[in-house]
Design a binder for this molecule. Sequence first.
Ligand code: ADP
Ligand code: NA
Length: 323
Amino acid sequence: KVKQEIDVIIIGAAIVDLPLRPVSKEVFDVVSYPVDDISMTIGGDALNEATIITRLGHKVALMSCIGIDAAGLFVLEHCKRNNINTNFIKQDSNKHTSINVGLVAKDGERTFITNRQGSLWKFSLDDLELSNLKGAKILSFASIFNNPLFDNKALVKVFKKAKEEGMIICADMVSPRLNEKLEDIKEALSFIDYFFPNFEEASLMTEETNEEKVAEILYQCGIKNVIMKIGKRGCLIRNANGIKIIEACKGVTAIDTIGAGDNFASGFISALLEGKNIDDCARYANCTAAISIQYIGATNGVKNREMVDEMLVKYKKDYQIES
Ligand code: ADP
Ligand code: NA
């Protein structure tokens, strides 16, 4: 039997999204409310990331938790079709696979309706077999705070194991669901090699509004490389070499920024696996995100590696960077 090598293990949410658009505030004023489309799409930060990294040519195993139900089968089917390793996905008859209903307004404003009893909220350290966390170069913890049961204590256990195995640790975050503060996860942050928060989330968590100060506070927590996403301006890097901005792609019209952050992380991690330096990783991340935002949905933009490579050629030309 051929041993299947794994490049990245991703921990996080693998769920189903039901985006409804366009929905207005008047939805309750009528008996029936037609929208353009209602169909299941795959979602969850970890599943999005796994999908894009696989398309960029690397081997991914997902560590997640789903129920034994139709939504769970939908997730597994997607993984199979996309060559994502599902050996470490726990199927739990006591859980319902989360289904997030997204209400999207015409102007892009959106709200997610989420199941408090769903796998997203119930996924915990008990669902992980930590002994499986080995043999890959990178651990990506898709989003701190997304699965609320992964608190500081749980994160530290996961990250310690990854470090024992010599893995590089990457992580993103979402806004806290339970009003957690920086103090609550400070210890866990100190294990992270590459951290990809966006500015708004990081600003809320650090209770600081100045961009450079926000990055500085995170860096002082012991994170090796803070890679803060700053929207159409790109990303800001704070590490031992100081602070700098790696600009975003020029001339991109954003259609839907859902999943831009997941795509950014996917591009960065892929470049890291290929041994690129940090600036080039950030450029590749910007290019991956720039493609994603030109399509509706998180995983409908980047279809293959060539698309991102092409974007990178344009990027280097626009910024006159030698290849
Ligand atoms: P998140 O999606 O996590 O909220 P951002 O909004 O900061 O994060 O966007 C993530 C990344 O998407 C940015 O770092 C940048 O690379 C890219 N991006 C976002 N908006 C634009 C834009 N208008 N033009 C080009 N790139 C963009
Ligand atoms: Na998108």
